[in-house]
Design a protein around this ligand. Structure first.
Ligand SMILES: Cc1cc2nc3c(=O)[nH]c(=O)nc-3n(C[C@H](O)[C@H](O)[C@H](O)COP(=O)(O)OP(=O)(O)OC[C@H]3O[C@@H](n4cnc5c(N)ncnc54)[C@H](O)[C@@H]3O)c2cc1C
Length: 402
C-alpha cells in the first residue's frame, strides 16, 4: 500500500495544494500522476483505497485493444496509453500488462470490422485478418461455428487492473505525491455563490482542505456527489464476471496459447481471457445490466447470468463446458449516454473538474485520460475534445462506443 511521503509528513494542515484529486481509480491515479509530473503539488484521496473491491477499477483484469470500429479517437488513445502501461509494467515487481494478443471475431464482415481495419490501415497500426480456417488452425480451443472473420491485435492483451492502479499510486507517492484514505463530502451547491471557484474541500470527518484545483474522479459515485449535474447523465449498471477453472494440465487455455478475445456479434459483446496467473478462464457479457448502487448492493452474481455464460461456453469452448465456476465478481459500469468519457469543468466552479464516465471501456485509456485532464487543468493550450464535454452527455442512453 502507498505510504505517506516525507512531503506529507512535513506539510502542516491548512497548507494549500495545487490539486486535490478525489478518487484513486484508474482515472484519478493517472490524473494525479500526470499533474505531479508537471510539477504540481498533488494530494490524492480515496474513501476505500486505490482500486478497492467496490471501485470499477477494482477487478482482476481488463482488456486493452485498439479495435474500436471506425472510432479513431479511442483507437489513438489506446495506442498512446499502451506505452505508459508497458512502462508501469516494466517498473513493477509483478506484471501489470500481459501481451496476450486480442482477437475480435465476427459472423461476417460488418461495419465495425471494416471500420477497425480502415482506421488501423490509416494510422499504420498492426492488425492481422484471419478467416475461419486460419482461426481454427491458430486457436483450436475455440469452436468456430458461425464465425467467418477474426481480427488479431498482436501487441495488446490484459492489464492487471487492481495491481496496475496500486502500483501507480505507489510510484506517485515514491515520487513526492501524497495519498490519503479519506472520503470527500459533496461540495455544497447551496452555499452562496461568492465567486466562481470552490474555496475548500470538506472531508467526511469535517476536516477542510484547500487547493487551487479539485478533480473528482469518483467513477460511479460521481452521480451521487453531483446529483444536479450528473444524477440523470450517468447510468450505473450491474455487470457480472465469471471465472472457470482451467482443465488441469491443459495448456490450451493458458496465456500464450489463448488470446484475450471479444465475440462482437453486432455489438452484443461477450469477451474473456485465458487462465491468467492461475485465476481461471474469465468470461463476461458486455451488455448493460440493471441499475446498481455501488455502496448498497451485494455483489452476488445471478443464476441467469451464470446460465447464460455456461450456454455460451458449451457453444464456443467445449473444453470448458464442464469446468466448475471457481470465482465470480459483480462490478459496475458508469455509463454516459454515448459511452464517451466525461472530462470537463464543473458548470458552476471553474476550479472543479469532473473525470469519469468510463462506460465499461475506460481502463485501458487511463494514461491518456490522465494526461488530457492534467493538460486541461494546467491551462495548456489544447483543443478540448467536444465528445468529452458535459454538454455532450444526454439524459437518455444511446450507446455508440463499443
Ligand atoms: C466488469 C468490468 C469489466 C470491464 N472491462 C474493461 C476492459 O476490459 N477494458 C477497459 O478498458 N475497461 C473495462 N472496464 C471499465 C473500467 O474498468 C472503468 O471504466 C474504470 O475502471 C473506471 O475508473 P474510474 O477511475 O473512473 O472509477 P473507479 O475505479 O470506480 O474509481 C473511483 C474511486 O473514487 C473513490 N471515491 C468515490 N467517492 C469518493 C469520495 N467521496 N471521496 C473519496 N473517494 C471517493 C472510490 O472509492 C473509487 O476508488 C470494465 C469495468 C467493469 C466493471
Amino acid at each position: 500500500m502507498p505510504h505517506a511521503s516525507a512531503a506529507q509528513r512535513l506539510r502542516a494542515p491548512g497548507d494549500r495544494w495545487d490539486a486535490v484529486v478525489v478518487g484513486a481509480g484508474v482515472f484519478g491515479a493517472w490524473t494525479a500522476w500526470h499533474l505531479l509530473r508537471k510539477g504540481h503539488r498533488v494530494l490524492l484521496l480515496d474513501a476505500r483505497g486505490p482500486a478497492n473491491a467496490c471501485a470499477s477499477s477494482g477487478g482482476e483484469s481488463r482488456l486493452t485493444r485498439t479495435a474500436y470500429g471506425s472510432d479513431e479517437l479511442y483507437t489513438r488513445m489506446a495506442w498512446e496509453s499502451l506505452a505508459d502501461w508497458k512502462w508501469l509494467s516494466e517498473s513493477a515487481d509483478l506484471p501489470v500488462f500481459h501481451r496476450l494478443g486480442v482477437l475480435f471475431f465476427f459472423g461476417r464482415m460488418e461495419p465495425y470490422a471494416a471500420g477497425t481495419l480502415e482506421v488501423h490501415r490509416r494510422l499504420g497500426l498492426p492488425i492481422e485478418t484471419l478467416d475461419r480456417a486460419g482461426l481454427a488452425q491458430r486457436f483450436p480451443q475455440f469452436l468456430w461455428d458461425g464465425i467467418e472473420l477474426g481480427l488479431l491485435e498482436p501487441d495488446f492483451g490484459a492489464l492487471m487492473a487492481r495491481r496496475a492502479v496500486q502500483t501507480l499510486v505507489q510510484r506517485f507517492t515514491a515520487e513526492g505525491g501524497d495519498y490519503r484514505l479519506a472520503q470527500a463530502a459533496a461540495p455544497d451547491t447551496a452555499a452562496p455563490a461568492g465567486d466562481d471557484s470552490l474555496a475548500e474541500l470538506v472531508l467526511a470527518g469535517g476536516e477542510r482542505l484547500t487547493a487551487s484545483h479539485y478533480v473528482f474522479a469518483c467513477g460511479p459515485w460521481l452521480a451521487k456527489l453531483f446529483p444536479e449535474v450528473l444524477g440523470s447523465r450517468l447510468f450505473v449498471t450491474r455487470q457480472e464476471v465469471f471465472f472457470f477453472a482451467a482443465p488441469a494440465g491443459d495448456a490450451r487455455f493458458q496465456a500464450g496459447a489463448m488470446p484475450g478475445w471479444v465475440d462482437f456479434n453486432q455489438g452484443d459483446m461477450l469477451y474473456g481471457f485465458p487462465d491468467l496467473e492461475g485465476r481461471g478462464v474469465k468470461i463476461a457479457h458486455d451488455a448493460h445490466g440493471p441499475p446498481m448502487d455501488p455502496d448498497g448492493d451485494d455483489r452476488l452474481p445471478s443464476a441467469e447470468g451464470l446460465a447464460r455464460v455456461r450456454e455460451y461456453l458449451a457453444r464456443r469452448f467445449p473444453g470448458l463446458a464442464r469446468q466448475p465456476l471457481d470465482e465470480s465478481r459483480v462490478c459496475q459500469y458508469e455509463n454516459t449516454s454515448s459511452g464517451d468519457f466525461l472530462i470537463d469543468r464543473h458548470p458552476r466552479w471553474r476550479n472543479v473538474w469532473l473525470v469519469g464516465g468510463g462506460s465499461g471501456h475506460g481502463f485501458k485509456h487511463g494514461p491518456a485520460v490522465g494526461r488530457y485532464a492534467a493538460q486541461l487543468l494546467s491551462g495548456e493550450s489544447l483543443a478540448p475534445e467536444p465528445r468529452f464535454g458535459l454538454a455532450a452527455k444526454a439524459q437518455r442512453q444511446q450507446r455508440s462506443v463499443h
